[in-house]
Design a protein around this ligand. Structure first.
Ligand code: RB5
Length: 149
């Protein structure tokens, strides 16, 4: 799968390990930065880059990292077609895809360590939307909200 990853300075400590993990699992990684640690960078800039990659079909899924994961998820969810979930437990990391068709996993590098982050990413990328009628109905209702209907 083609997977985009991006982080601000708060998420920076997790990114390199997750890129390696994704590559070791056979995924194609689109690394949208930050490419060096800059304590003054801003998470919405990375949410924009990652969300744009999803919108343009340059990546099927995204992983977005900040300090808590909260700012990343708030910003990413402002972008049309992006469904971002902040998941710090393994159940949510896969269920968010299976039921809600989440396409961006947000993680907070100040909250979780590299081992849990790796398990969460594996659960997220290994999951598929079930397409069951009730989930499709809810997804369409979410899309109506996004469209202001
Ligand atoms: C950056 O210091 C921090 O505020 C940001 O990474 C994130 O945690 C926001 O939710």
């Amino acid at each position: 799968m083609k997977i985009a990853i991006a982080c601000d300075h708060g998420g920076f400590p997790l990114k390199a390990d997750l890129v390696k993990l994704l590559e070791s699992l056979g995924h194609q990684v689109v690394d949208l930065g930050a490419h060096h640690f800059d304590p003054h960078d801003d998470y919405p800039d990375f949410a924009r880059a990652l969300g744009t990659a999803i919108q343009q079909g340059k990546a099927e899924r995204g992983i977005l990292l900040c300090g808590s994961g909260v700012g990343a998820s708030v910003a990413a969810n402002k972008m049309k077609g992006v469904r971002a979930g902040l998941c710090h437990d393994v159940y949510s990391a896969h269920q968010s895809v299976e039921h809600d068709d989440v396409n961006v996993l947000c993680l907070g590098a100040r909250i979780i360590g590299p081992a849990l982050a790796a398990d969460l990413v594996k659960a997220f990328v290994g999951a598929r939307f079930t397409g069951e009628e009730r989930h499709l109905r809810r997804l369409q209702a979410v899309q109506a909200l996004e469209a202001g209907r």
